[in-house]
Write a protein that binds this ligand. Structure first.
Ligand SMILES: *Cc1c(COP(=O)(O)O)cnc(C)c1O
Length: 393
């Protein structure tokens, strides 16, 4: 029996009936193995030895001086494959192995989740097939090559806008016909139950570590935790460590694109309305007829017209605040961290950096402590940023 998987009214299992048995099987396996000693030990081993955990909580002293408050960076950018995504792909990959699945499928937008899935597939000796919009394939040739090097078979998707949301649709279609043999490894805290709960569980290692580390370093909790929100997994991962601490402000930063008031935006929680996308009720960017709009953000990871249902719940209950920063502001965040700290962030993470600067100005933050979740590193964004800056490389 599937439990309802609701966060307040959000979440749920809005899928064709054919997928229900697979979701039930997955929920059962997740509940069985997540507390299983052998599973936990093996996952911990891979997180440490393969991915490079724990990541440090680094005091950014130059930025702290500039912002006038203490800024700590949770360094998920230091992980293997360059972002937090590996935490979840290791968790689900191992779960698939315990379930006896012979094949992994995944969706990818820019390719980051596809790479994390392909390397875990290679490591665990499970073949992987990655659905990717043909438009994205064209834009991200280097990442396609990376996936292929690790044995991932990249399948172009020609339907719809030929981007991430269409790749997710195709992956679901594949799953329906291959449920017995295949695990669909979703890359963020989205999709039908149990995915939002399961992905949060595998990403909660970020919040657990960050909480322990800040208490060690500061002997108190932070005043605010800031993370970027695409589907919402890195934010949910770090928020989960502090959500019960009422005095810690939780702030999610969406990809504002050209601006929330424009059509070219990815700010689903700031601008969207309630609706169902990819199996759960949450906020979506849509027109009056419920047709999904195209999202836009300079960072591919925030360029998604949906958002994880637990974030919708945290928003309407007021436990977390959601804001958006524009492409331009994010690029400034990118330059700021590179220049002041010698750390080149992913464009997604640059949104959190950019908002931290704003936050320090708006709020009375003197003497306060802020943690920024640095979800990934910027290597993947070099060509794009150079182009934006008018630099030829
Ligand atoms: C994919 C990605 C994101 C966005 O995904 P979430 O599920 O919202 O975390 C953010 N940062 C980086 C570096 C990414 O690769």
């Amino acid at each position: 029996m599937i439990t309802n998987g609701k966060f307040g009214k959000y979440g749920g299992t809005f899928v064709p009936e054919l997928i229900i048995p697979a979701l039930e099987e997955l929920e059962e396996a997740f509940l069985r193995y997540k507390d299983d000693e052998k599973f936990k030990e093996e996952l911990e081993f891979y997180l440490k030895e393969f991915a490079g955990r724990p990541t440090s909580l680094y005091l950014a002293k130059n930025l702290s001086k500039k912002f006038g408050c203490k800024i700590y960076l949770k360094r998920e950018d230091m992980l293997h494959t360059g972002a937090h995504k590996i935490n979840n792909t290791l968790g689900q990959g191992l779960l698939a192995k315990y379930m006896g699945k012979k094949r992994l499928i995944a969706e990818t937008g820019a390719g980051q989740h596809g790479i994390a899935t392909a390397v875990v597939g290679a490591m665990l000796s499970i073949p992987s097939e990655i659905y990717m919009g043909s438009e994205d394939i064209e834009r991200q040739k280097l990442n396609v090559f990376r996936m292929e090097l690790s044995g991932g078979n990249v399948i172009p998707v020609e339907s719809g806008s030929k981007t991430l949301k269409d790749a997710i649709n195709e992956a679901f279609r594949d799953w329906i016909t291959n449920i017995e043999t295949t695990h669909y490894l979703i890359g963020s805290t989205m999709g039908p139950h149990p995915y939002p709960t399961m992905v949060k569980h595998f990403q909660s290692v970020i919040g657990k570590e960050a909480r322990r580390q800040i208490l060690e370093k500061e002997e108190k909790l932070p005043d605010a935790v800031i993370a970027c929100v695409g589907g919402g997994s890195n934010a949910m991962g770090i928020f989960s460590g502090f959500v019960d601490d009422e005095n810690v402000s939780l702030i999610g930063v969406e990809g504002g694109g050209d601006g929330v008031e424009t059509k070219r935006t990815g700010a689903t929680l700031c601008k969207g309305t309630e609706g169902v996308l990819h199996g759960s009720l949450s906020f979506v960017l849509q027109n009056n007829d419920g047709q999904i709009s195209e999202a836009h953000s300079v960072s591919a990871g925030l360029d998604y017209p949906g958002v994880g249902p637990e974030h919708a719940h945290l928003k309407v209950t007021g436990r977390a605040d959601y804001v958006a920063v524009t492409n331009e502001e994010a690029l400034r965040g990118f330059e700021l961290l590179s220049r002041y700290e010698g750390i080149i962030p992913a464009l997604e993470s640059s949104h959190a950096v950019a908002y931290a600067e704003k936050y320090a100005k708006i709020e009375e933050t003197k003497g306060k402590t802020i943690i920024i979740n640095l979800s990934g590193r910027g290597d993947k964004d070099m060509f794009l940023v150079a182009k934006e800056m008018g630099v030829e490389i």
